[in-house]
Design a protein around this ligand. Sequence first.
Ligand SMILES: [Zn+2]
Length: 274
Amino acid sequence: MNLIRKLALCAAMLGGLTAGPAFAQADASQLSDEQMEEARLFVVDNALYIIMHEAGHMLISELGLPVLGKEEDAVDNLASVIMLESDTDEFDQAIMDAAGGWFLMQNGEDITDNDLMDEHSLNDQRAYTIVCMATGAAPDYFAEFADEIEFPAERRDRCAGEYQQAADSWEAVLADAELGEGDTPTRFDIIYEQPAPDNEVWAGLLHDAQVLETVADLVGSYVKLDDGIRMVATNCGEENAFWSPEERQLTFCYEFAGLYAAEIVNYFAEGGEG
Ligand SMILES: [Zn+2]
């Protein structure tokens, strides 16, 4: 079942949904077992994408990579490229769920000056860029996905070139750090900190799904970085994720998983289909 297809079809009804309601306010008890399972996968997939995005910031600072254009867009593309190049059913689904995550948090008609001044592209644009990368990478595989969000055919044609450019550019800047045959993979220190009571559910979900380990394996088996980088899932008091160059630490906040859970639970509770 492809969640994002349905999410996109129902995008119009999501206009009034604001980001950030506490999960406690969302009534998960109304969800069917199947919806709960899809909601869990949705949270895990979005966490994977966000952690991969932060790993992009990590690569830029650890390797001193050049950045032409907006770094936030560049690392979104890295996350898409690495997941799409992995070419597994799991990551293909994760890419679609990541687009769905931004669609659920779309700015819609409520775009503010702050949104426009932000270093990130608008959530709507981040969603469509993921769609573009996916259909650019594998037009046949993602054709139905692109059809159902009415992604225009002429735009898809240009996405093929844009995907190739993004993939080639990342490959070129990472070439010097690429691991050779027999090289020891980069090792990361993986830490899931003790969750606050409100975050226990998210901490358990992320830990069981091994989201940090998955990204660490993907990146660590591809490029050589100095050991000692920490990947941490923790309580932050905000819904966010960070890369800290000084501390050499990638942080994913348990609360961020809670935000995605609230979004998807509200979506289902308002009658959205999985
Ligand atoms: Zn970022």
